[in-house]
Design a protein around this ligand. Structure first.
Ligand SMILES: NC(=O)c1ccc[n+]([C@@H]2O[C@H](COP(=O)([O-])OP(=O)(O)OC[C@H]3O[C@@H](n4cnc5c(N)ncnc54)[C@H](OP(=O)(O)O)[C@@H]3O)[C@@H](O)[C@H]2O)c1
Length: 323
């Protein structure tokens, strides 16, 4: 078999640790072994946790990087065959979003190009350059600069991601413990297509195989990653209550009141109760796959199913980790 493939997971957080684990564990006689390196500002904690579950021969020493400082990236990406670009933020000023999700994404893409590595970049469903929401706008600007620097990159756009260690479902499970009700904004009618983190990890593992057929499927493409089920926001709150076995009323808060709440809470230090105006705004739009026939797009579900089997239902995983 040919040489090992070196994969740098840049952004050692929730998705990064699952992706690293899946890639390091992947076995197959038809493709080379993958060696995984974690890189972020402080990758040591995630690295230490993975050391206990991953074959140590597949886990390379972690390398600290700051994606806003391009000079830190070249050394970390040296010798990489694949770079997975995962750094993103949920809160911050518009300038923070630009620094990380736009210019930071560009820094990663330029460094991946210099290293001659295949780039897999994580954006988000709904990325839109015309949006006034900094998260949504900078995700689209990031996509643009990624394709400018690396035309053969693959962009994955998840919806809401679930799995052990997630922030969304775990947070609402905890809130259902503390609050006498669960809140939704504007009736909770916006729709989501939650992705199992393990399915996203499988997609990256497949892309990191050295295969011409797979390359034809994903090079220069955007995969909008919707899970196998669509739920409204209110239905998602019901799922949280169902699998935590709690009975709580779900109370709808008008968007206007949510915005007022956001304007106060976003000034305070972050906590379980933090909600920002931008997050309330985002809840006005659906977060589902809508791009079947758009240029550059390819079907995530078909891709994962073809190479590694069907996508995973929320019902199979949520009960195993929320309480
Ligand atoms: N989770 C979801 O539901 C979801 C949905 C749609 C899209 N996405 C996208 O998927 C990607 C991964 O999401 P995630 O949930 O895994 O995020 P995450 O858990 O927050 O992980 C991101 C990691 O990036 C690192 N980081 C932050 N600033 C950095 C910097 N300046 N330089 C280097 N590293 C930095 C942080 O680690 P250090 O503190 O060690 O630096 C952090 O752990 C993001 O781009 C996100 O927007 C996620």
């Amino acid at each position: 078999m040919s040489q090992n493939i070196r994969v740098v997971v840049c952004g050692a957080g929730f998705l990064g640790s699952h992706i690293a684990k899946t890639i390091a564990a992947a076995q197959g006689s038809n493709f080379p072994n993958r060696l995984v390196q974690l890189s972020s500002r402080h990758p040591q904690t995630v690295h230490a946790a993975l050391e206990t579950v991953i074959d140590h021969r597949r886990l390379l020493p972690p390398q600290a990087v700051d994606i806003t400082k391009p000079q830190t990236l070249d050394a970390a990406f040296h010798g990489a065959n694949v770079v997975v670009s995962l750094v993103g933020i949920m809160n911050g000023t518009p300038e923070d979003f630009e620094r990380i999700q736009w210019r930071g994404a560009e820094n990663i893409a330029n460094a991946a190009r210099r290293a001659n590595a295949k780039l897999v970049h994580f954006s988000a469903i709904g990325a839109d350059k015309a949006s006034h929401i900094p998260y949504v706008r900078t995700k689209a600007l990031g996509e643009e600069v990624v394709f400018e620097a690396c035309p053969d990159a693959t962009i994955i756009r998840p919806s809401l991601v679930f799995g052990p260690g997630d922030s969304f479902f775990t947070r609402f499970a905890r809130l259902s413990q503390l609050l006498p009700f669960l809140p939704v904004f504007g009736g909770g009618t916006s729709r989501f297509q939650p992705d199992y983190v393990g399915d996203l990890a499988r997609a990256v593992e497949i892309i990191s195989r050295d295969s011409t057929m797979i390359k034809e499927h994903v090079a220069g493409k955007i995969l909008e990653a919707g899970g196998p089920e669509v739920f409204t926001y209110r239905e998602i709150m019901n799922l949280v209550l169902q699998y935590t076995r709690r009975r709580r009323p779900i109370i709808s808060i008008p968007f206007g009141v949510g915005m007022l709440q956001g304007s106060m809470l976003e000034r305070l230090p972050q906590s379980l109760f933090t909600v920002t105006r931008a997050q309330v705004e985002q809840l006005k739009s659906d977060n589902v796959v809508e791009s079947f026939f758009k240029e550059r797009h390819n079907c995530f579900e078909d891709f994962v199913t073809q190479y590694s089997g069907p996508l995973t239902s929320v019902h199979d995983v949520l009960p195993t980790y929320i309480s």
